[in-house]
Design a binder for this molecule. Structure first.
Ligand code: CA
Length: 234
């Protein structure tokens, strides 16, 4: 079977074949690639070869139980895991063990519910990644920008920027060569507040140039794209 790039691979570890089948069917319909393991040993063998994008892990399994397997897996990977438990009481035990699952469902569960949970975990992870990405420090030949400390240095000396100047520079520099229109900058830096004069952007660009460019009249980093907007060049 050809695996499409955007299809995420899910490993379903479940010793009840009929339940595995139904769960797999719903996940396939939701656009996931599905793989099965029917006991803990088989799951471990699969996971040793390749870590999938997601694991649905039943707790009560022959050979190796789901809790031990999850602990073992957590030592190796951050792959998202949803645990499947047969009894509500187990849930307390699981969370007490803090073995690193991202969520759990209690049997009997609706397959649709499981699909929603999988999606929710993936969304959450996507957000976390985007957040980490949005905090990324940037470093170019002569300019460095650190969003955590909000310190900007040009040729190794610290430049004093206002909050909006910083936000605008960071936004532009995070997407080198990408042109931002005045409206986009107003939206992203000033949150689209209606009372802001569109000329504000021009003023901020001018001040930024005075602070970061060697020759503000011949900018090398903060460039005007005539009739469109502005862009950053490293
Ligand atoms: Ca089971």
């Amino acid at each position: 079977m050809i695996q499409r790039m955007n299809e995420k691979q899910i490993l379903i570890v479940e010793d009840e074949p009929s339940l595995a089948e139904v769960t797999g069917l719903y996940l396939k319909r939701a656009g996931f690639q599905v793989q099965f393991a029917y006991d803990g040993k088989q799951a471990m063998a699969i996971l040793e070869k390749q870590i999938p994008d997601f694991v649905i892990m039943d707790i009560m399994l022959p050979e190796i139980d789901g809790i031990s397997l999850t602990r073992w897996l957590r030592d190796r990977s951050d792959v998202p895991i949803i645990m499947v438990t047969a009894r509500r009481e187990e849930v307390d035990r699981i969370s007490g063990l803090e073995m690193g699952a991202d969520d759990y469902v209690v049997k009997p569960f609706s397959p649709q519910e499981l699909v929603s949970r999988v999606r929710a975990v993936l969304r959450r992870m996507g957000r976390d990644q985007a957040e980490a990405e949005s905090e990324r420090a940037l470093s170019f030949e002569s300019i460095s920008i650190d969003p955590r400390t909000r310190v900007v240095t040009v040729k190794e000396s610290v430049v004093d920027l206002t909050a909006k100047e910083f936000d605008m520079l960071y936004l532009l520099a995070r997407h080198p060569k990408q042109v931002f229109t005045r409206d986009q900058l107003l939206e992203r830096v000033w949150g689209g507040a209606e009372y802001i004069d569109p000329g504000t952007v021009t003023v901020h660009v001018r001040r930024l140039r005075e602070k970061i460019e060697t020759d503000p009249s011949k900018p090398k980093h903060l460039l005007t794209v005539w009739g469109v907007g502005y862009k950053f060049e490293a």
